[in-house]
Design a protein around this ligand. Structure first.
Ligand SMILES: C[S@@+](CC[C@H](N)C(=O)[O-])C[C@H]1O[C@@H](n2cnc3c(N)ncnc32)[C@H](O)[C@@H]1O
Length: 139
């Protein structure tokens, strides 16, 4: 299933951003709103699960240009597109599934995931959320 998902997104990479922004109702407002919910501290560390080409990061980097982003995505091609878009930003991009590896302990100020987790079952997501909770700093 994950291999099919990589093929699906990579075959649509050209024109992906325009498609998302023009054809998904309310997308522009939604990405802007998402960016506004993330921490504004200058060295903030954000974990983006299924970051793709980083549409959710465009608004965020405008608000917090020095944020540190760790992005994990199944598709290397999507990550390459993200890297090209945000040259010079603090990026750590990891190619792979967020289900398949442990996350580092208590290192992120926040996590974000847009249009990615709906592909999976509740049971799969509960395990992921437990892992994610451990990866977030205590308040
Ligand atoms: C619809 S795109 C959303 C990308 C971006 N967050 C956005 O809103 O434009 C879904 C992304 O989730 C990634 N993805 C799906 N399942 C994943 C998994 N298990 N681990 C990592 N990335 C995954 C896909 O490769 C794809 O880039």
């Amino acid at each position: 299933m994950l291999e099919r998902m990589v093929d699906f997104f990579e075959s649509r990479l050209s024109g992906y951003d325009e498609h998302m922004l023009k054809n998904i109702e309310g997308a522009e407002e939604f990405y802007k709103y998402t960016a506004e919910q993330l921490p504004m501290k200058s060295d903030g560390k954000i974990f983006d699960l299924g970051c793709g080409t980083g549409l959710e990061l465009e608004g965020y980097f405008k608000l917090n240009p020095t944020a540190h982003i760790t992005g994990r995505d199944l598709s290397k091609a999507m990550l390459n597109a993200l890297e090209m878009k945000f040259k010079g930003k603090n990026l750590k991009l990891i190619n792979g599934s967020y289900f398949e590896v442990p996350f580092e302990n208590k290192i992120y100020d926040a996590a974000v995931s847009v249009e990615s987790l709906h592909h999976f079952t509740r049971t799969e997501k509960i395990e992921l959320y437990k892992k994610l909770f451990s990866a977030l700093k205590s308040i």
